[in-house]
Design a binder for this molecule. Structure first.
Ligand code: SF4
Length: 479
């Protein structure tokens, strides 16, 4: 499935017509938001946790160069081979190079959204390497030949019935929509692949600079199998994923599961600090970490948008977003979606590709309240919109409208006529109706223009007396 943010408008129209998808997305996000709220209600120090996490990420991003150097050095001390990838192409070449050197025939993957970003699967498959996603959700969408529709729950847009039919078709088992049965079928199939894979590829939730370790948070234990059973383990992580030390980690281990899946804690937390085979006689013989830039350094240099690098990909902003809840993840046309996706798309893929993305937002600000690391997403979205406007990347209708308004604003008589005329013309419409506005009035009514006009109304307004003004000012102060 190939999607692009250039076609966001088309995808949105399709998604809005798909009532099954909309119900599935709304149900899943609704239950996660409710479970998250229940956890918040139990924790009086929730806001302190967010403040602390924000401060830690701010410090890491501010000192990212030295923190990365420390991380690289400690990883090397631990026997991990560290690679730097400037972009997706370089990252793919590095990973393919490791696979070719080691004559890898089968790869199992886990917790690796970053590898979706670099389109790794198709490159491995094109080279004849059997490549299998092992997170249940990822496995399902791989069978469907789709991309994830959510950062944490990739198959959130699908119903149990759809998954049941998919398993019946692709895996040949009897139809069932019982989640336990489906899980058992997937487990049975995947288990054989873990045992026969030559290479495991994972992402990393956090890299710990002080110790040269990576931390992977999961619920299914497949990340553990991916990183321990094959002889080679490759972890792919964005350069922003670092934490300074283990002391910083508990804040994030508290915030991540609550915001991601509405759980108090994750079922498994894996810490990996190098290949263990030589020391313990089991585990990988080789371990590699690929540090991916792919546009992150550019964001780092931008003081207005740098904060978007604090993101821990928890998906809380998606779950709380009324737009995402209506259209699901595929409508955004990229691997990152929802409020964080629409800020990342123009930054990573360029303004021309991502010019629609910042407009897929109602500016309700729910995402700002939901973000555990306190990223001011609405401010970034507005910022991106104003940059797009400044660079002439807005639609022709919007540009023309603003030009007409600017012209009228400089010509008061014409302005007066233009604001007086619609109110008068509207009186000619039968039955007190308002003007039709194609698209807009299909689902709602356009409010009627005020027949009097703003200027006349302003002149008839009663100005408050000096005494009333003082009284009002005092009451404002006392709020
Ligand atoms: S922006 Fe905030 S809420 Fe959204 S995924 Fe990132 S960390 Fe989570």
């Amino acid at each position: 499935m190939h999607v692009t943010p250039r076609k966001t408008k088309t995808y949105i129209k399709t998604a809005l017509k798909d009532s099954v998808l909309r119900r599935a997305v709304l149900n899943a996000t609704g239950s996660t938001v409710a479970s998250r709220q229940a956890i918040i209600d139990e924790l009086p120090y929730w806001e302190d946790l967010r403040e602390k996490a924000h401060a830690i990420k701010k410090d890491v991003i501010k000192h990212l160069d030295t923190t990365l150097q420390t991380f690289e050095q400690r990883c090397t001390d631990n026997g991990i081979q560290v690679h730097w990838a400037a972009d997706d192409q370089e990252a793919r070449q590095i990973i393919l190079g490791i696979a070719e050197r080691n004559r890898v025939c089968k790869v199992v993957k886990s917790k690796s959204l970053t590898t979706e970003e670099i389109h790794l699967n198709s490159s491995l498959i094109d080279k004849g390497i059997d490549t299998l996603e092992t997170d249940l959700g990822e496995y399902i969408i791989q069978l469907m030949e789709q991309i994830p529709s959510h950062l944490i729950i990739p198959a959130l847009h699908l119903t149990r019935k759809e998954i049941g039919k998919l398993f019946q078709e692709k895996l040949g088992n009897a139809y069932t929509e019982d989640p336990h049965e489906l899980l058992k079928i997937a487990r049975r199939t995947l288990r054989q692949h873990f045992l026969s894979a030559d290479m495991g590829i994972s992402g990393a939730n956090f890299g710990i600079a002080e110790t040269g370790s990576i931390c992977i948070v999961e619920n299914e234990a497949n990340a553990h199998l991916t990183t321990t059973l094959p002889d080679i383990h490759v972890a792919v992580m964005g350069i922003e994923k670092l934490l300074p030390d283990f002391k910083a980690l508990p804040y994030f281990l508290k915030l991540l599961p609550a915001n991601a899946t509405g759980q108090k804690s994750s079922t498994f937390v894996n810490f990996i600090s190098g290949p263990t085979h030589a020391k313990l006689g089991e585990g990988p013989k080789e371990m590699h970490v690929v540090l991916l830039d792919n546009g992150r350094s550019r964001i780092l240099q931008d003081p207005k948008l740098r904060q978007t690098l604090f993101c821990i990909r928890c998906a809380s902003c998606l779950n709380s977003c009324p737009v995402y809840q209506q259209i699901g993840g595929h409508a955004y046309g990229w691997v990152y979606m929802g409020p964080i996706g629409i800020t990342l798309i123009p930054q990573y893929l360029g303004e021309s590709v991502g010019k629609t993305s910042p407009y897929v937002c109602s500016l309700c600000t729910a995402c700002r309240d939901a973000c555990p690391v306190k990223i001011d997403l609405p401010a970034h979205i507005l910022n991106l919109r104003s940059r797009l406007a400044a660079h002439g990347k807005t639609s022709r209708i919007e540009r023309t409208g603003m030009r007409i308004w600017a012209f009228l604003a400089r010509h008061p008589r014409l302005y007066r006529f233009a604001t007086w005329f619609p109110g008068k013309a509207q009186q000619l419409l039968p039955g007190g109706r308002s003007f039709p506005a194609p698209g807009y009035t299909r689902k709602r009514t356009l409010p009627r223009f005020d027949a009097q006009g703003f200027r006349k109304r302003f002149n008839t307004l009663q100005m408050p007396s000096a005494g009333q003004q003082t009284e009002h000012a005092n009451s404002e102060d006392n709020r």
